[in-house]
Write a protein that binds this ligand. Structure first.
Ligand code: GLY
Ligand code: MN
Ligand code: MN
Length: 441
């Protein structure tokens, strides 16, 4: 096993050192001598006393795996040990959190509070005397320039983070196997979803994003959000599953597509799988992600030509926007404590932006890849009726074999998505070994 995937616990102390040096450097650049990072509190549904499921402030999560974290805060002051203000409310309605435990706690001075008011008082005391305190707190204004520094830097993952991401992928892989088996056994979307949750030992609130469990035409809906209780008439022809897992707050984001029978759709899946592997194999630090995205479009163009779906050459299919009909989303995004980790369009730590080219408006990642950045690589090839209709009415319609397209629309579409660490000499795929261990690829 890659030694960098060693047990995350043993890697946390170094992770905290690296993170603290990033936070202190960013604070110095932005002239802050104190920083409060609040985990936040669960929001309530409108006019209701039921909470929305809670996720802590990602900056809180970058510094500690404390869970549950609601109401707690971290206070950073240069030259001092970080202070974790841990809220353990006196509450007979809910089970209060246990005291913070585990080797990671060694990096903090931990103080416990039984009320939010007492915690707030301690927060105020800790930053008293600071000239310019900043707050990364859902209840405070956003410190824009400090966040730009932090968000730019956090694209580079520490060995602890890589270990968490790899572990999240292993958890997701267990769910993917059960889901694939359930599809093959003829289960409807809802039952496949439940099989995924059970096998990956997660409930819905644990998922990094709502599972996309799509049979047939539903696979053409990029973020399909429902789970049909019943099997569609004729059963499942195709199955796209985009489902992840979390480990200590770090996300896996994994997609696979299956065909019930051999045939043209199954051939397209294997062609896209080969293209995805080639894209990953070509990755290396120093590469411009916009160019990799362009390479994905060219690969999709070649697949369309080889399958008899489109005529011409891949370059002109890209330039004329035809490949965009079949691949309307970005090739990938940063991933970490957020599924779509922020900072993907930052050109520097000062917050300058590098927008995507006009032809690729959905691209979330426009940065040059650097060592230890972790990204998703998720090319797709879909038959989306709304977009196909536009193509059919355009000047490019004559380049398309519509009878082949019409025969493929009932299968929806394909996406293959892995999570990949960029290295100085290439890349490490965090997803494929996890899937292979479950008998998938
Ligand atoms: N699962 C959302 C995405 O792939 O970006
Ligand atoms: Mn993704
Ligand atoms: Mn995904």
């Amino acid at each position: 096993m890659n030694p960098r995937h060693a047990d995350a616990d043993a890697l946390f102390a170094d992770h905290l050192d690296i993170q603290l040096s990033r936070y202190f450097e960013a604070m110095e650049s932005c002239h802050h001598d104190a920083l409060v990072i609040a985990a936040g509190a669960a929001a309530m549904h409108f006019l209701d006393d039921m909470p929305v499921s809670f996720k802590p402030n990602p900056h809180f999560r970058l510094l500690t795996p404390l869970d549950p974290a609601e109401g707690s805060s971290i206070v950073l002051r240069p030259g001092r040990q970080p202070v974790l203000l841990h809220l353990r409310p006196r509450d007979f309605w809910h089970l209060p959190p246990e005291p913070a435990a585990g080797s990671w706690t060694a990096g903090f001075e931990i103080r416990e509070f039984s009320s939010p008011e007492a915690l707030q008082q301690a927060r105020d005391d800790l930053i008293r005397g600071a000239n310019a305190a900043a707050f990364i707190d859902p209840a405070a204004p956003v410190p824009v320039s400090l966040l730009a520094h932090l968000d730019y830097g956090r694209a580079r993952k520490t060995p602890y983070e890589i270990a968490c991401l790899a572990q999240a992928n292993r958890r997701a892989a267990k769910g993917h196997r059960a889901a694939r088996d359930a599809f093959r056994a003829g289960a409807p979307e809802f039952a496949i979803h439940m099989a995924y949750l059970a096998a990956s030992s997660q409930e819905d609130a644990d998922l990094p994003y709502g599972n996309i469990i799509a049979l047939n035409e539903h696979a053409a809906v990029l973020h399909y959000q429902h789970r049909q209780r019943e099997l569609p008439p004729g059963g499942g022809r195709s199955f796209l599953i985009d489902a992840g897992a979390t480990e200590r707050g770090y996300a896996a984001d994994v997609t696979r597509t299956y065909s019930a029978e051999p045939g043209p759709f199954a051939d397209l899946i294997s062609a896209l799988d080969t293209a995805q592997r080639d894209l990953v194999a070509g990755m290396v630090a120093g590469m411009d992600f916009v160019e990799l995205h362009r390479a994905a479009h060219l690969a999709v163009g070649r697949i369309l030509i080889d399958a008899g779906i489109a005529k011409g050459d891949a370059d002109s299919l890209l330039e004329s926007g035809v490949t965009g009909t079949f691949l309307p989303h970005g090739l990938g995004h940063l991933i970490g404590v957020q599924t779509h980790d922020v900072g993907g369009r930052l050109a520097d730590a000062e917050g300058s932006l590098r927008p995507p080219p006009e032809s690729f408006p959905a691209l979330r990642l426009t940065r040059t890849l650097t060592e230890d950045v972790v990204v998703t690589i998720e090319p797709g090839l879909y038959f989306i009726p709304m977009l196909l209709e536009e193509l059919r009415r355009s000047g490019e319609a004559g380049r398309i074999d519509w009878s082949t397209v019409n025969a493929l629309i009932p299968f929806g579409g394909i996406r293959i998505e892995d999570n990949v660490q960029v290295t100085a000499s290439g890349s490490v795929n965090l997803t494929r070994p996890a899937l292979a261990a479950e008998g998938l690829a």
